[in-house]
Design a protein around this ligand. Structure first.
Ligand code: MN
Length: 288
């Protein structure tokens, strides 16, 4: 018998803060979820940039060169565009609807800015950045980069729903991203009354981010710009568009290893964090 997962919490956006001077974000987790990174395993952090109008500028707004080690960053540009450059040779523009999946692995240096084109015109900026953990055996993997263009993401067309399959599989459609652990990432576009169902193991972490419109989860209202954490009490996730709506669904098999996160590094032990700082300060991450 298949049971439907209940809601553990629906989290309103906390007050925003700026990352650098370009990314005005609400940190949904680890900050707002009891149990911290262990509860959202394999996901570590979700910064959500709700729609915000930036004025035109010739100044580069964003985050200057900084390192990462031991995990992946996934950047979503819903509105506006991000210019990215890293020292593994990755770089380019993350345009509207595009996703950048960066594997920091053994160590990367990168910068993240509004694109010049966006900065010059200004306008509405709407984005998210997710951090995905790597299991111990892959933390020191070679850094790499997947530039996922909007048009390359396969879409399932259902009854009043469209499901973009970013990672994992939905209705026989395979996602475009390659991942180190079992991650299912879907972007669901609802028409009013559209229903979305998805089955996967009850032990998996399941999180939804409402980026547009009003969504119903059982008898709960899941409002715009809120984040929902599902309990591990069923094999099926069910949502309904109460209006035209859009949700990002994040599902992952927990890695269940020790997590020691400090600044831009996420490792398994304090010694590995100390080593990351040492390697960074002695120039082993290279230069950008
Ligand atoms: Mn970064």
């Amino acid at each position: 018998m298949i049971t439907t997962r209940t809601i553990e919490s629906i989290i309103p956006p906390p007050p925003p803060h700026f990352v650098g001077d370009g990314f005005r974000v609400h940190n949904f987790f680890p900050g707002q979820i009891a149990g911290g990174m262990k509860r959202t395993d394999p996901f570590l952090l979700l910064d959500y940039g709700s729609p915000h109008v930036f004025t035109p500028t010739i100044h580069r707004r964003g985050v200057d060169v900084h390192p990462h080690r031991g995990f992946e960053t996934v950047t979503f540009a819903f509105k506006g565009s991000v210019a990215h450059r890293d020292n593994s040779g990755g770089g380019g523009i993350i345009g509207e609807g595009d996703i950048q999946w960066m594997t920091a692995g053994s160590g990367i240096l990168h910068e993240e800015y509004h694109s010049d084109e966006f900065a010059e015109t200004g306008g509405l900026f709407h984005m998210a950045q997710l951090w995905v953990n790597l299991p111990a055996k892959h933390k020191m993997t070679t850094p790499s980069y997947q530039a996922i263009e909007n048009t390359s993401i396969p879409v399932y067309e259902g009854q009043k729903i469209e499901v973009s399959v970013i990672a994992g599989e939905y209705q026989g459609i395979k996602g475009v991203a390659s991942t180190f652990t079992d991650i299912r990432m879907l972007l669901v576009q609802f028409e009013e009354g559209g229903e979305f169902d998805y089955e996967f193991p009850s032990s998996y972490t399941a999180i939804a981010l409402n980026i547009e419109g009003e969504i119903g989860i059982q008898d709960h209202n899941f409002p715009t710009h809120h984040c929902a954490l599902f309990a591990n009490d069923g094999e099926k996730l069910s949502m309904k568009g109460m209006t035209s709506a859009k949700a990002l669904i994040l599902i992952g098999k927990p890695i269940r290893e020790e997590i020691v996160a400090y600044g831009p590094f996420v490792m398994n032990t304090r010694e590995e964090i100390a080593k990351a700082y040492e390697d960074y300060s002695t120039g082993l991450f290279g230069a950008l």
